[in-house]
Design a protein around this ligand. Structure first.
Ligand code: ZN
Ligand code: ZN
Length: 305
């Protein structure tokens, strides 16, 4: 089975034909059996681009699609992670450039960072997890989140941090069966991006109100809409401690800002925010090809594990 599906990389086409259609009847039987097993496991092609999958994988997404999901490159706001294009943004402080919004009003979190731009394949991969319930996507997304956490780690204090996934409303939780933010957070923590400094607690926050879509609302309306939607259920877990808030996507920042605000009001000293993806208002924020090749290959590997 292994030979048949990975043969394009390890054997010449001639050698492949010899194994599949050659003298060994066992090999051809095994090939057919493997093929039907493969078709049973993955009746569809790559769920993102439609090309037939040639490798056995627990995630129905091809390697090309996974390798195309690149980290954000270029200047980003050191507070909220928004892309920066204006050279003015850098003039204030070269090491800690901030966007216009953060310069006007400091956000309630210490820093928010994301792995990639919320578009293209990464957006589709997140949708595959959230809306099509392909749970194996959380391994790849968790690896991306682990990279974000590792980059934040030097700023953490010395004490242990509480990792808090943004919760779902109980009705949505029942409907989906899992909280994608918690799945991704737990997958990331398995990779020990900050040694043993992090422990996940999915019960610290609770969502009391299921807020409707925030699209089409002004900043002010979004803040009003989300006020009171979350509550700190276990204040003793976070009092006097630093918190790492985790979500799948940072869109307008209204959700994580509200969570950070109530966490701090309940006694958290600092709140860090790590998300897999982020909506960028500016374009051209993708890494150049071949940058961090090893990290990208590791992502592709995560799809198989
Ligand atoms: Zn694909
Ligand atoms: Zn900012």
């Amino acid at each position: 089975m292994e030979v048949v599906f990975s043969s394009s990389q390890e054997l010449s086409p001639a050698a492949k034909i010899k194994i599949v259609g050659g003298s060994s009847s066992f090999a051809s039987w095994a090939g057919l059996a493997a093929e039907s097993l493969f078709a049973t496991l993955f009746p569809s092609d790559c769920r993102l681009c439609g090309t037939p999958l040639i490798k056995v994988s627990r995630l129905p997404v091809c390697e090309d699609c996974l390798l195309a999901m690149r980290p954000i490159a270029g200047g980003v706001c050191s507070s909220c992670g928004e892309g920066l294009v204006s050279p003015n943004a850098f003039s204030e402080d070269h090491n800690e450039p901030r966007c216009g919004l953060c310069r006007r009003l400091a956000p309630p979190f210490a820093k928010a960072a994301a792995y990639g731009s919320y578009d293209g394949g990464l957006r589709e991969l997140i949708h595959l997890l959230k809306y099509e319930h392909v749970r194996t996507a959380s391994n790849v997304l968790g690896r991306m989140l682990a990279e974000v956490i590792a980059a934040l780690k030097p700023s953490f204090g010395d004490a242990a941090l509480v990792v808090v996934p943004v919760p779902l409303h109980p009705s949505k939780m029942r409907q989906r069966g899992f909280n994608q933010a918690e799945l991704i957070a737990r997958a990331a923590l398995k990779l020990k991006p900050a040694g043993d400094q992090l422990a996940c607690n999915g019960s610290v926050l609770e969502r009391r109100r299921d807020t409707q879509s925030q699209t089409g609302l002004s900043n002010h309306q979004r803040r009003e809409n989300i006020r009171g939607a979350f509550a700190v259920a276990l204040p003793r877990e976070i009092e006097g401690r630093e918190v790492l808030l985790v979500d799948d996507v940072f869109t307008t920042g209204t959700t994580v800002s509200e969570c950070a605000r109530i966490l701090r009001r309940a006694g958290a000293t600092r709140v860090w925010v790590a998300t897999v993806a982020r909506t960028l208002k500016t374009n051209a924020q993708h890494a150049v090809p071949n940058q961090d090749e090893e990290a990208r290959l590791a992502l592709a590997m995560a799809a198989h594990g």
